[in-house]
Design a protein around this ligand. Structure first.
Ligand code: COA
Ligand code: ZN
Length: 318
C-alpha cells in the first residue's frame, strides 16, 4: 500500500473557469467535459453555479447540466450558491455540496456580489439555517490574501469571517475554502496563513484556492502542501481569471499542480494521462489557447528521441 501523502483536488474549470469566458459554451459540451473529468480521479468537481442568469449568463443552464451529468461514485458534485434562491435550486438538482461565497474585502464584495459583506453574511446564514445539515456546506472566502481594489487584507479579517461561519458548527458548515481570487498571495504569506488556519479550524475541511495571476500559483500550492494542507481547487488548462485583474491569467492549472505533486511523490489520486487528454481538449472547448503548461510540454517522463547526430557523435567518441 502506498504511504505517500494523499492530496485531494477539486476541479473548478466549469464554474470559475467558464464564468468569465466571453462566448457561451454549449450545454452538451459542458456535460461532456464534466463526464470526462469524472473519470480522472477528482475528489470533487464544482460543476456550475446557481446564480442569477443575468449576472452569469454562461451558467444559466445549471439545472440541465446537473440533471444530465453522469455521477461517478466517490466524486462529489458541488455547486456555487450566492443566496437562498440558489440554494433551493441546488438542493433540487441534488448537489452533493453547496459552496457559498462571499468576499472578506468590502470593496470586492460590493463589486462582485453587489452588497455589503454584512448583507452577504446574513444571506448566507439564512442558507445555512435553511439547509441545516441536510447537504454539506462549504464556505469560499474571496480575496483572503489581498484585494485588487483595497490592497492588503489583514489576516485577522480573514479569521474574523471564518470564525463567524465556523460558529455554525461542522454539522452545518463542513469546510472553508481560502481563496486568492486575484493572485496576490506569495508563499511566505501562505505558509503563515495555513499554520493559523489549521490550528484554529482543525475540525473543518480546509481547501486552498489559488490563481496564477502573477505566476506564484504553484509556489503557493507548494507552500500550502508543506504547511499540511491536503485540498486544492484547480482549473483544467488554467482557465479562469478575474474581471478586476485585467489581462490576468486564471486559476492554477489542475494538471500542472497534479503533475508537480505527483513528481514529488504525493498521491493525488489522479489518472494523469487521462487528465492530460482532457486538458488538451480545452482550447477547442473554449475557442482559444489556455495557459496550462504540462498539456503542451508533456510529462517529465515523456521523453523525446535524440536527434540522429547524437548517435553518430556517440559512435565517433566510443
Ligand atoms: N438564481 C436565479 N435567479 C436569481 C438568483 C438565483 N440564485 N438570485 C437572484 N436572481 C434573480 C432575481 O430573481 C432577479 O430577477 P428579476 O430581475 O428577473 O426579478 C434578479 O436576479 C435580481 O435579484 P436580486 O435579488 O435583486 O439580486 P441581485 O441583483 O442583488 O443579485 C446575486 C445578487 C448575488 C444573486 C447576483 O449578483 C449574482 O448571482 N451574482 C453572481 C456572483 C458570482 O457568481 N460571481 C462570481 C463567483 S465569485
Ligand atoms: Zn477563483
Amino acid at each position: 500500500m502506498s504511504t505517500a501523502k494523499r492530496i485531494y483536488f477539486n476541479e473548478v474549470a466549469t464554474r470559475d473557469g467558464f464564468q468569465i469566458e466571453p462566448s457561451f459554451i454549449p450545454t452538451d459540451d459542458k456535460i461532456a467535459l464534466v463526464d470526462a473529468l469524472s473519470e480522472c480521479g477528482y475528489a470533487k468537481i464544482e460543476v456550475t453555479s446557481f446564480t442569477s442568469p443575468k449576472a452569469i449568463p454562461m451558467l444559466r443552464d445549471a439545472e440541465e447540466v446537473m440533471g444530465r451529468i453522469r455521477r461517478v461514485p466517490g466524486v462529489e458534485y458541488t455547486v456555487l450558491v450566492p443566496n437562498l434562491r440558489g440554494a433551493e435550486r441546488a438542493l433540487e438538482s441534488r448537489a452533493d455540496e453547496l459552496n457559498l461565497v462571499m468576499s472578506v474585502s468590502e470593496t470586492h464584495n460590493l463589486a462582485n456580489l453587489r452588497m455589503p459583506r454584512e448583507k452577504s453574511f446574513a444571506a448566507l446564514s439564512d442558507v445555512i439555517r435553511h439547509v441545516n445539515g441536510r447537504t454539506p456546506i462549504n464556505i469560499s472566502l474571496s480575496c483572503c490574501f489581498g484585494c485588487p481594489m483595497e490592497g492588503d487584507v489583514p489576516e485577522a479579517e480573514v479569521l474574523r469571517w471564518a470564525d463567524r461561519f465556523a460558529a455554525f458548527g461542522a454539522d452545518r458548515v463542513r469546510g472553508l475554502t481560502i481563496c486568492d481570487t486575484t493572485g496576490m498571495a506569495h508563499p511566505a504569506q501562505v505558509s503563515r496563513m495555513v499554520e493559523v488556519l489549521q490550528q484554529r479550524f482543525a475540525g473543518l475541511q480546509l481547501t486552498l484556492h489559488f490563481h496564477n495571476t502573477r505566476g506564484m500559483g504553484l509556489a503557493n500550492v507548494l507552500a500550502a502542501v508543506q504547511g499540511g494542507i491536503t485540498r486544492f481547487d484547480g482549473s483544467l488548462g488554467g482557465l479562469g481569471g478575474c474581471p478586476y485583474a485585467p489581462g490576468a491569467s486564471g486559476n492554477i492549472s489542475s494538471e500542472d499542480a497534479v503533475h508537480m505533486l505527483d513528481a514529488m511523490g504525493y498521491d493525488t489520486g489522479m489518472d494523469i494521462p487521462r487528465l492530460l487528454d482532457v486538458a488538451r481538449q480545452m482550447p477547442a472547448i473554449v475557442g482559444h489557447e489556455v495557459p496550462g503548461q504540462v498539456a503542451k510540454a508533456g510529462r517529465i517522463t515523456d521523453l523525446h528521441a535524440p536527434p540522429p547526430y547524437v548517435a553518430e557523435l556517440r559512435a565517433a567518441s566510443a
